[in-house]
Design a protein around this ligand. Sequence first.
Ligand SMILES: Nc1nc2c(c(=O)[nH]1)N[C@H]1C(S)=C(S)[C@@H](COP(=O)(O)OP(=O)(O)OC[C@H]3O[C@@H](n4cnc5c(=O)[nH]c(N)nc54)[C@H](O)[C@@H]3O)O[C@H]1N2
Ligand SMILES: Nc1nc2c(c(=O)[nH]1)N[C@H]1C(S)=C(S)[C@@H](COP(=O)(O)OP(=O)(O)OC[C@H]3O[C@@H](n4cnc5c(=O)[nH]c(N)nc54)[C@H](O)[C@@H]3O)O[C@H]1N2
Ligand SMILES: [Mo]
Length: 804
Amino acid sequence: MSGTRSPQSGLTRRGFLKATGAAAGALGLAGAAGMTTADSWLAPTQAHAEPEERVGYTFHYRHCQCNCHLKCTVRDGRMVLVEPNEWPDKRNETICLKGISEIQHTYSKERLQVPLKRVGERGAGEFVEITWDEALDTIAEKVKETQEKYGPEAIAIQTAVDSLTTFLPKLLKGQEKPHRGIDIGLGNGFSPALAESGQQGASSNEVTDWKNAKTILNVGCNMLETCMVTARYFFEAKEAGAEIITLDPNFCTTAEKSTRWIPMVAGTDPALYLGMITIILDNEWYNAPYLKANTSMPFLVKRSDGSLLRKNPVDDIKQSGSDNPFMVWDEATGSLAAYNAEGVNPALEYEATIDGETYATVFKLLKEGQKQYTSSWAAETTGIGEDVLVEITDKYANHGPSILSFGFGGGEKFYNADVAGHAAVLLATLVGSFGTGIPGWGAGAYVNAYQKIFGTGKLASWPLPTECKTASAPKASVDYRDEKSGIRFMWVQNGAFQQIAGNQNRTNEWAKTLDFVVVQDIWHTPSVDWADIVLPVCSHFEVDEEIGFVRALRGHVLLQQKVLDPLFESKTDFWIDREMAKRLGYGDALPESQEELTRFQLEKATDKALAGITLDEVVSHNGVVALKNQPDIARSYGNQTYKTTSGKIDLYYENLVEYGQALPQYEAPHEAFEGNPLRDTYPLVMTQRRSKYFIHQNLMDASWLRQHYEPTLEMNPVDMEARGLESGDVIEAFNDRGSFQCACVATEAVRPGTTVIVEGIWSKYMTAGDLQNVTNDAANPRGKALAKGRVTPFNDTLIEVKKA
Ligand SMILES: Nc1nc2c(c(=O)[nH]1)N[C@H]1C(S)=C(S)[C@@H](COP(=O)(O)OP(=O)(O)OC[C@H]3O[C@@H](n4cnc5c(=O)[nH]c(N)nc54)[C@H](O)[C@@H]3O)O[C@H]1N2
Ligand SMILES: Nc1nc2c(c(=O)[nH]1)N[C@H]1C(S)=C(S)[C@@H](COP(=O)(O)OP(=O)(O)OC[C@H]3O[C@@H](n4cnc5c(=O)[nH]c(N)nc54)[C@H](O)[C@@H]3O)O[C@H]1N2
Ligand SMILES: [Mo]
């Protein structure tokens, strides 16, 4: 930064007094102006005879999936103690090192203190301090200019889960979350069969149901670090006798605590599932009555073009349903019948010629297609022994109830993720995992299960003028950085745009071509340096009124209340929304206060889980109240109800016929596959993982955590020896996209040929470069046809490593 005060140089007297309120004056804190960073806030001070102490309640960040509710003690204006708050359901009273560290991290020297305006080249991180009015007026002007010149869809607003305002994207009428391919890879293949419309890939039951399972296959999910509040239920299941088998290229924390770890080759998850499907079919371990009654397996497919047979022909495959039902072969009458006709007994395996065309059931096509995916092929592809594959398939199919668990990392971050997701839902359906209500059966990503099924506790949404709605990302674009996205103005309201895309050099080149970039954040993350205007935001501990945001998670209503006054010149996300609304001519459209908003969201909600819950009640319970009318353990698709076209589990994806993926067909990863000639130059796969210490880029600057973790590339000793490396050496990791430097460490926990690094590390903490410089961003063309677009194949990355 030039021409402005550095974060360390202190805060104005005015700012400080505002930040600490009356207590500062009354107690006469010494050296007030210097107490702006963790170091100075935490320096020994004179003991006061009568410290002023109070307690405030808030929730922590959510992107680590936990959103823990915290009880915070504030002494003489400083937060000095963070503890788990009391919940009606005691099992939720959790906190981890991340939460405790906020005593330091909230006051980090990386806090953005004042609004900033760029003065150097974009990306150089040179700023001057400006007033809030100047910042917001400039932005409003740019918004209007962009809207007039290119239309509102030229503005993209990046949101994530930690900022709880929902107004900005609608006020700007721009694209929210333009095509960026995150957390949708497996779900793209998994969710259409069940018509899960919320979080793609969401699990069909809660993790609390694991204790009722006998066999749990956990494929590429490190939930003991990535959803730490589920640990209790993981161990509950283990103690109840479930066999938890983790399949992961690396001996992650969750593998270590599982009953068994089965290492596998990264990127081969589709082969694992396809191999298991073959074993189930060959041994007739599937649940035939279930498949007949509840799935599209008996539907008839025209062999010549792959279309499903309906009662009446259609021009568009979307035209079906009860008016124009799919057809099956009825064994009761020996004739064609609508799948949903009274008393129909559909044939599972059947083939017939009708009007000169051959039709076969989906199940028959599946069996034929699976012939190529033998168990020995799957064993060879995944690196899992064939006997082991048969053994775990037997357990999964015949020693249930069984759970199939995957993550949002791991195999999700490969080019072929939708194939894996599709094969996973097929596998889970073959053994009857969904909709039976039998405890302990389920499948999906449990890393976001917060105990209650996705969508429970839906808050009322504040109505805005009808013209205030978001634009959808243009169909033609598959990546927010391609020309077809039409983006000219990027507002990073929550999240970091260098972080959410692979191949950072491409992101940076694109960022240079934009007309305007706003970054709204709490800390000075690397993306901040790419902003034209930087807006400093309050942490989750700071609100400018008594009431903050509300959300319903983990079976409870959780309220944010004031712990601290806004630090420095920071403002709440809500305040920024209101100020923008005024400047864009919607001054009256937003609630007056967060309290008004929160009261509305709670008290106008129609969800029975929120029935009768008032804001006053939540406040009187220190911010945590249990949802109403909740089952002990939530399970989706009760009584076999699916919102699919047929109302059954639709496993045959007619929209993917042209890609040869109506039923899942193996596809190798984009880069990280055996036999790729690129491997001669870049022989190592670079997988990424999350860490219990950080939430992506958030908390990277928490020095109490950073003392336990230095950025390292984790490598197998064999690969290190071959390169003359020893633990602690600084290495350069590189490929055609770019490079980075950091220390390496030898560990047997990593498969030979594979490397691991924690994603999200700020470039300034690397020796040089950024890990995002090397990650793969290739867009699978099939992405266009998938519900949520293409996935970013971060893990599908080859590198070479040498001593720096
Ligand atoms: N503490 C913390 N928790 C978080 C987050 C965080 O940043 N910090 N982020 C949240 C977010 S946004 C997400 S998306 C989730 C992700 O949650 P997870 O899915 O648990 O994510 P990861 O830790 O990236 O990867 C899980 C495992 O996949 C393995 N893996 C890598 N490649 C493959 C492969 O090809 N096949 C298989 N089978 N396994 C593979 C890795 O070794 C790793 O152990 O975590 C959430 N929770
Ligand atoms: N190489 C690589 N890259 C990846 C991944 C990978 O596996 N490998 N994983 C990808 C995945 S799955 C995900 S989900 C993304 C996550 O990427 P992001 O969405 O960018 O991650 P977050 O940490 O959730 O949010 C980032 C910023 O929000 C700020 N923030 C926190 N709370 C608030 C708030 O209340 N208000 C505002 N305004 N800001 C706030 C934090 O300071 C942080 O800088 O990363 C992706 N990037
Ligand atoms: Mo994610």
